[in-house]
Every structure is written in structure tokens, then in C-alpha cells.
Design a binder for this molecule. Structure first.
Ligand SMILES: Cc1cc2nc3c(=O)[nH]c(=O)nc-3n(C[C@H](O)[C@H](O)[C@H](O)COP(=O)(O)O)c2cc1C
Length: 230
């Protein structure tokens, strides 16, 4: 038997928005995996990547790998610590659609919500999108997920969103090796075994984490749209 569901097969399919900022594509990857699951459940899934256009900061994120990884990376620390916002551009999907579920992909920048995503969540557009709507949060980072997840939840709830659930994905290794692995990747675009004499653990989203994202999406779909009968 099917549990009570907001998805009525005689009506339009449920609509899911994948909203994210993603510099190296990791947040995009876990959201796309989740999106496949929602599609298999009969949902209409739309992606809404946020573009970071702020003249003070966007240039360094306009190319990959970073040109000068340490200054580019460390240069975001003051603005992130002060939780500043900046200029962004959003796709029309954010303004025109009416969604049953909004999945928010959030990479951590200096322990908190990245400037592009924070800028969106503090905008008027965010209220139009989120007011009265359910949302789930997907945090992607090297280690520091907690503050980011709490921050996204708080900002989205302030715009009227209704939190359903959250998941976080972190990268393996100790503090220094994982940091060197990430910065080596950001600065070269390649996965290396060693950097500055240190043996590097893998960085970025693994295949297992992609699967984890799929399982999470299935749980969310059960919660929001009702359990699948099969
Ligand atoms: C400017 C910057 C700052 C970052 N700061 C942190 C941090 O404080 N803690 C952390 O765990 N990861 C941090 N990271 C790592 C990112 O969360 C990680 O690279 C993630 O994969 C980015 O996802 P994306 O590819 O979707 O942008 C930082 C990355 C960047 C580019």
C-alpha cells in the first residue's frame, strides 16, 4: 500500500529543484546522483547552479585549477569569517518554478556557508523560492560540515523553508594531509600521491559517497512523496 503522498499520479509529477554552488563540481555530483533517484520516482527534476559574479572574488573561481592556490584560497578567509555576501547570478528556474522539494548543495568555505550560496539564501529571491517549501541540505567539504549545515538550515528557514533532512560528505585523512591533498588538487587539477613531502589521502567525492547520496535521496523521497510500492 502506498502511504499518504503529496504526489498524486493523476496530477502533475512532483517537482524537485537542485540548487547549488559548486566550484570543482563535488556538490553538483552528489546532487545529480540524488536527482537521478528523484527522476526514477517520477519527479520532474531541475538543476539551478548559482554563478558567482562578484568582481572582488569571482575571477579566481572562474578557472580551474586555481592560478595561485594559496593566495586564492586564503584570500577568501576574511570575507568568509565575516559572513559577507557578494554578487551572484541565478538561473530562471529559481524564479519561475514552484517546487515540492528543494535540495541545496553547499560546499564549506572556511568552516561556513560559501559566499555565493549565502548570498542567494539572504536574497529576496530565496523567500519567493523557499517560503512554505520543504528543503534538504547536502554539505560537501574536507572536514568542517557542522557549521555549514546549521548555517544553511537557519538561512533557509528564515526565508520560510521547511527543513526535511541533511547529509554531509567529508574527505579522508588527518587534518594536514587532507588539507594538502585538497590544495594540491585545487592548484593543479590533478590527484597526486605526495605534496610538500607528505603522503596524500584521496580528496573529493568518492563513488561510495555518490551511492550514499542516492540512498539519502531515496529516504527523502519516501518522506516527502510517500513510500514506493514496489
Ligand atoms: C575557498 C575555499 C575554502 C574552503 N574551506 C574549507 C573549510 O574551511 N573546511 C572544509 O572542510 N573544507 C573547505 N574547503 C573545501 C571544500 O569544501 C571542498 O573543496 C568541496 O569539495 C568544494 O565543493 P565544490 O566542488 O562543490 O565547490 C574549502 C574550499 C575552498 C575553495
Amino acid at each position: 500500500m502506498t502511504e499518504p503522498s503529496t504526489a498524486d499520479s493523476s496530477k502533475q509529477p512532483p517537482r524537485v529543484l537542485l540548487l547549488y554552488y559548486s566550484y570543482t563540481g563535488q556538490s553538483q555530483k552528489v546532487l545529480e546522483a540524488a536527482g537521478e533517484v528523484f527522476r526514477q520516482r517520477g519527479c520532474e527534476v531541475t538543476a539551478a547552479p548559482i554563478e558567482f559574479t562578484d568582481p572582488r572574488y569571482a575571477e579566481r573561481f572562474s578557472r580551474f585549477p586555481m592560478r595561485s592556490v594559496w593566495p586564492d584560497f586564503l584570500g577568501m578567509l576574511p570575507a568568509q569569517t565575516l559572513q559577507r555576501t557578494g554578487d551572484i547570478r541565478t538561473p530562471d528556474a529559481v524564479r519561475v518554478g514552484d517546487y515540492d522539494l528543494i535540495c541545496i548543495g553547499s560546499p564549506t568555505w572556511w568552516r561556513t556557508v560559501s559566499m555565493p550560496l549565502r548570498s542567494f539564501l539572504k536574497s529576496h529571491e530565496a523567500r519567493n523560492l523557499l517560503d512554505g517549501k520543504r528543503f534538504a541540505v547536502f554539505v560537501v567539504c574536507r572536514k568542517y560540515w557542522r557549521e555549514n549545515l546549521a548555517g544553511v538550515r537557519k538561512l533557509a528557514e528564515k526565508k520560510g523553508g521547511r527543513y526535511v533532512d541533511g547529509i554531509h560528505f567529508t574527505y579522508p585523512g588527518g587534518q594536514l594531509p587532507s588539507m594538502l591533498s585538497l590544495t594540491s588538487y585545487l592548484g593543479s587539477g590533478e590527484y597526486k600521491d605526495r605534496y610538500l613531502g607528505v603522503r596524500l589521502p584521496p580528496t573529493n567525492i568518492s563513488d561510495e559517497q555518490v551511492e550514499e547520496s542516492r540512498r539519502f535521496a531515496a529516504r527523502i523521497a519516501d518522506k516527502v512523496f510517500g513510500k514506493r510500492t514496489a
